[in-house]
Design a protein around this ligand. Structure first.
Ligand code: ADP
Ligand code: C5P
Ligand code: MG
Length: 216
């Protein structure tokens, strides 16, 4: 305690975290519920930086990373990539950003993601930060399926076989995470079955008080 080595270790640990105060909002909801679409609106309107765990994983897969084949296979099977990989990608993106407000879309997606998110020591994670709230896009499976099949972004997981697996993962693994945050009073639930503009009106109502708090 108090030795030069301890001081050096402490410094190294602190520098692995973000030094500034950051605001984090988790954006959760089933596949195709409109997370990415609404995040783009929130970015324009409220100045957040949007980090989609799925987008970061796809970029990592395409970068020739040693984890590329594993990520590709997990995404095709509609399962969840081990947190160690995803947390590192999110951490790097946050560190590289000059912003201090982040929308983290599609994470934490299962209990293992959530445990990793809360365990700063294990991953030296900058996202061991308590979210301001969890924005939850609630949408019927029928509507989500229709949207995914019309998405046309050339995604390898937007086919009927993988969609079924993704829905199962959502119900079995992601909904319990949303339930957990709900029990902590953190969830702001939005009816995401409505048209994009109407959904964004509801989203604005959730963000407006937060903006007021920052302004005064
Ligand atoms: P997610 O990121 O949750 O998987 P996206 O934002 O990619 O969902 O939306 C999936 C598809 O549905 C996209 O093609 C998008 O344009 C469309 N979409 C998003 N929100 C709505 C909405 N409220 N009504 C109709 N279509 C929507
Ligand atoms: O959010 P998005 O639909 O882009 O995610 C696509 C896929 O990426 C998921 O079905 C899952 O296989 C993978 N993913 C993951 N861990 C996350 C987010 C996404 O493994 N936290
Ligand atoms: Mg998305």
């Amino acid at each position: 305690m108090g030795s030069v080595v301890d001081a050096a270790n402490k410094e190294a640990t602190e520098s692995a975290h973000i030094n500034k105060k950051v605001t984090v909002v988790f954006v959760l909801g089933g596949p195709g519920s409109g997370k990415g679409t609404q995040c783009a609106n929130i970015v324009k309107h409220f100045g957040y930086t949007h980090l989609s765990a799925g987008d970061l994983l796809r970029a990592e897969q395409n970068s020739g990373s040693e984890n590329g084949a594993m990520i590709k296979n997990v995404i095709k099977e509609g399962r969840i990539v081990p947190s160690e990989v995803t947390v590192k990608l999110l951490q790097r993106a946050m560190e590289q950003s000059a912003n201090d407000k982040f929308l983290i879309d599609g994470f934490p997606r299962n209990q293992e993601n959530r445990a990793a998110q809360e365990n700063r020591a294990a991953f030296e994670s900058v996202i061991g930060i308590e979210p301001e709230f969890v924005l939850f896009f609630d949408c019927s499976e029928e509507e989500m399926q229709k949207r995914i099949l019309n998405r046309n972004q050339g995604r390898e997981d937007d086919n009927m076989e993988t969609i079924r697996k993704r829905f199962r993962t959502y119900i079995e693994s992601s909904l319990p995470v949303i339930e957990y945050y709900n029990s902590k009073g953190k969830v702001r639930k939005i009816d995401a079955t409505k048209p994009v503009e109407e959904v964004f009106e509801a989203v604005k109502d959730v963000f407006a008080p937060l903006n007021d708090k920052v302004a005064y």
